[in-house]
Design a protein. Structure first.
Length: 51
């Protein structure tokens, strides 16, 4: 639900950095997404292991 809002905010920050010749901003959504994928993978693995 928050992904489209974050994508728009990141796009805006990236555009601003490009116009000002500044370094590109880091993604704030990468770590929570990676953690969610890790947890989902662990749950699938455990589900297969204990089936």
């Amino acid at each position: 639900m928050l992904s489209p809002v974050q994508a728009w905010a990141a796009w805006h920050a990236t555009e601003r950095a490009l116009r000002r010749a500044q370094p590109l901003p880091a993604s704030l959504f990468a770590l929570p997404t990676a953690a969610a994928v890790l947890v989902a993978g662990l749950l699938v693995g455990l589900g297969i292991l204990f089936r």
